[in-house]
Design a protein around this ligand. Structure first.
Ligand code: CA
Length: 223
């Protein structure tokens, strides 16, 4: 697992990096906001430790850019005691945790371990053939063309269901139950319309996957 530490106080950054390397993590450091963002946008990190007060660009601006660019690394913010407001902003912008300065290095390492354990347990990407669906961002990517598209909520549920049941026939009833809920009125939900939107998106990004109708039985996702 690879971690980026963005912290302008170099002695603190070094202490963090040394300790995390001793815990067998790969660690890179950035000492200002611009360099930190540049490194983070490579999207090679599982976790970023992000100081708020930084030269050139502050931690909250960086956090915002990360979300805009679909960077899925876990983020632990470092905040001073007086920065309660920043802390709240950080959570609103999508930070996963914060540690208040001054902190014990063991506490920070414990928080890092908690965050990275949850990464390992939770599967964020569903894959089938040349399709890769990011559960967290609802982004569908075709791995052979490298094109991506955002999938709206209902189509996302539909696609997720097909990807869990790839190459199997699923009935309309099963789809309705899964995507719209058990108590839904079948007639009122236009499954065909949602399917056609979804098929169009799969086609736009150049995937070879299709969702075929199987006469009298339902539908099937296949290559
Ligand atoms: Ca600082």
């Amino acid at each position: 697992m690879r971690i980026l530490v963005i912290e302008d106080e170099e002695t603190i950054a070094d202490v963090i990096a040394t300790k995390l390397r001793a815990e067998k993590y790969e660690v890179d450091t950035s000492f200002d906001g611009e360099d930190g963002l540049y490194n983070a946008l490579t999207n090679i990190y599982d976790l970023i430790i992000l100081d708020i007060m930084l030269p050139k660009m502050n931690g909250l601006e960086i956090l915002k850019k990360l979300k805009e660019n679909d960077i899925n690394a876990k983020v632990i913010m470092l905040t001073a005691k007086s920065e309660l407001e920043d802390k709240l902003k950080g959570f609103n912008t999508g930070a996963d945790d914060y540690v208040t300065k001054p902190f014990h290095i063991e506490e920070l390492v414990a928080r890092v371990n908690v965050q990275l354990r949850s990464v390992g347990n939770h599967k964020d990407i569903l894959e089938y053939s040349d399709l890769s669906l990011n559960i967290r961002t609802s982004t569908l990517t075709c791995t052979s063309t490298n094109e991506s598209i955002n999938i709206p909520y209902r189509e996302f549920l539909l696609l997720e269901y097909f990807m869990h049941n790839k190459e199997q026939i699923v009935s309309k009833e099963q789809i309705y139950d899964k995507v719209w809920g058990i108590d839904t009125d079948y007639e009122s939900n236009n499954l065909e319309a949602y399917l056609s939107f979804l098929r169009k998106k799969i086609k736009i990004i150049g995937s070879k996957v299709s969702i075929k109708a199987v006469r009298n039985l339902g539908y099937k996702m296949e290559e």
